[in-house]
Design a protein around this ligand. Sequence first.
Ligand code: ATP
Length: 186
Amino acid sequence: MTRPIVLSGPSGSGKSTLLKRLFAEFPNKFGFSVSSTTRSPRPGEIDGKDYDFITVDRFKEMIKNKEFVEWAQFSGNYYGTTVKSVKKVADAGKICILDIEMQGMKAVKFETDLNARFLFVAPPSMENLEKRLRGRGTETEESIAKRLETAKAEMEYAKTGAHDKILVNDDLNKAYEELKAFIFSE
Ligand SMILES: Nc1ncnc2c1ncn2[C@@H]1O[C@H](COP(=O)(O)OP(=O)(O)OP(=O)(O)O)[C@@H](O)[C@H]1O
């Protein structure tokens, strides 16, 4: 089986930006497992493509049915990755890339037998991260503060060596080349 790749790192560190490039350059090689969430769609997000947007009741039912590879409550909402969505990618003969936060990354690492490889995307600095979060224009002040607080814990955890690689997203082109080198090293 092709080993799944788990991409994690602070909100705003550039995971989506890097993955967008990767899928554009290799449209047939990789697959994104679609996450389920109880948060509201942001403008432009498409149900079933960006996320499966579901109700809290449905989410809890799925937890009970053990449908998730991992799930977490984060910034006041539920997020999860279903076993089904990971299998769907593998069934299509593609490498599954999981874009998930710290709790989910730990769950995949310690509570599943997926044998995944772990990549952490770090911002050049906390100041830079704040700038990017503001620049993205998608967050309220409260949301930015929450994300920065969470980011501190994530950066601390990355120092423990739990990931196979830490990628500092300073220069985007350089970070993208490093991402590809890691992914194609298997
Ligand atoms: N290397 C870079 N240099 C400058 N800006 C960047 C770089 N990488 C990403 N950005 C910008 O930073 C912002 C956050 O990036 P992005 O949305 O990809 O983060 P993310 O890690 O996917 O966040 P989330 O986990 O909240 O989805 C975006 O506006 C993006 O355009």
